[in-house]
Design a protein around this ligand. Structure first.
Ligand SMILES: [Zn+2]
Length: 396
């Protein structure tokens, strides 16, 4: 019977001795142990399994397979008796999170009639999904306050095995499917719920509940929270992050936001002046390049310039001199990229240039009669590519 399991007879049982029923290998070749009775909680009801040791051998996983509790162990026990020791820190943390979830869920129902449709107990944070699309900051604050009131009242958390007939006396938060064994977990006058998880003996042991964030999940709202020792962990972590930020910004904690706003403002104006400086520089570059034109052709080779930068420069060149043809090539790693553009008063076909260039570099490119761009492999030096482009434009 479920109710005879050690983890239900005494949820605070941390060590126990049991006869070993059998030891076998599972489908993955890992040893598992079946005990006559166990205080190890198997994964279920949103609560992760316990860990610990059996005869000093680590218990890696605990699962309920057809009513039998399998303890996956790091190696074979080879014993008829096992002494079980739970990792109590892990288990008690799970008890705090689980009871905290009951309290939080019940507070959402009590104050706003928001129902919880699922619960996740993660390694660092827990979450519940509420069947509503939107929860306001005020609602979250009220629920958090109510949940912490229930904790502070230190109400005994009662557990009771009941029959179907007895079940009718209780107004349950969620309807239960009837099974032979129903376990009620009750916080009198606040929450009555069917649950097979483990919980502390009173609400006070949850210590506190903190809602940390919400997230939209289609038509539901996910509420992330932490209970018990995890609240302190979160505080430590956030404190450390804030401390570092405060140090880097040379600002007091309360001034961090202002300091960031100021920093972002400075950054934006720096970006703007940098952009202006680039533009000025580019206009000088255009002038310098136009001076080098021979037979109306301006050509230049660059290293590490993007195709966008080449395009911009080419546009400025042909705008600066309408008779000019701009032939630009950039060597970028093992790639060669090019742009060819003509001024409004030139009639040379840029498409023709693409045609003569692409086979030499196994490249791809496109554009129109007045402006083309492309790129390919660096099979030849950039200078050579420029010569091909120049010859093509002189011959067309
Ligand atoms: Zn529970």
């Amino acid at each position: 019977m479920l109710k005879d399991r050690l983890c239900y007879i005494d949820e605070y049982c941390q060590t126990f001795i049991s006869r070993v029923v059998r030891e076998e290998k599972d489908a993955n070749g890992e040893w598992y142990v079946i005990l006559e009775n166990t205080a190890f909680y198997p994964t279920g009801g949103g609560q992760p399994h316990d860990t610990g040791t059996l005869n000093g051998i680590p218990v890696l996983n605990v699962e309920d397979v057809d009513g039998e509790i399998r303890h996956t162990v790091a190696e074979k026990l080879d014993s008829t008796i096992a002494e079980g020791v739970l990792d109590w820190g892990r288990r008690f943390d799970h008890m705090q999170q689980h009871a905290g979830q009951h309290i939080l869920t019940a507070a959402f129902v009590e104050l706003y009639d928001f129902q919880t449709v699922s619960f996740h107990l993660g390694n660092e944070l827990c979450s519940i999904d509420l069947d509503v699309e939107k929860v306001t900051e005020e609602q979250l604050a009220s629920v958090e306050k109510r949940a912490n009131e229930i904790i502070l009242k230190n109400i005994p958390i009662e557990k009771k095995w009941v029959t179907e007939a007895e079940l009718e006396q209780y107004s349950l938060r969620k309807e239960l499917k009837f099974t032979d064994e129903i376990r009620l977990v009750m916080i009198p006058d606040f929450d009555y719920n069917g649950c097979g998880g483990t919980h502390p003996s009173s609400t006070g042991q949850v210590i506190s509940i903190k809602i940390l964030a919400t997230e939209k999940q289609k038509k539901k709202t996910r509420v992330h929270f932490a209970c018990g020792g995890r609240v302190l962990q979160q505080l430590h972590r956030k404190n450390a992050i804030l401390g570092k930020a405060s140090q880097q910004l040379s600002a007091a904690e309360e001034g961090i936001n202002d300091a960031i706003t100021k920093l972002l403002g400075t950054n934006r104006s720096l970006e703007k002046s940098l952009e202006e400086a680039h533009e000025t520089l580019l206009s000088y570059e255009v002038k310098d390049l136009l001076i080098t034109k021979e037979r109306n052709i301006v050509k230049a080779l660059f290293k590490g310039r993007t195709i966008q930068q080449l395009q911009k420069l080419a546009r400025l060149l042909v705008a600066g001199d309408e008779e000019v043809i701009a032939l630009l090539v950039a060597e970028n790693g093992d790639q060669l990229q090019f742009v060819a553009a003509r001024g409004a008063r030139s009639e040379v076909s840029m498409k023709q240039i693409t045609k003569s260039v692409l086979p030499a570099i196994n490249g791809k490119g496109g554009g129109n009669e007045g402006f083309v761009q492309g790129g390919g492999e660096r099979t030849i030096p950039g200078e050579e590519l420029l010569i091909i482009m120049e010859e093509s434009s002189l011959n067309s």
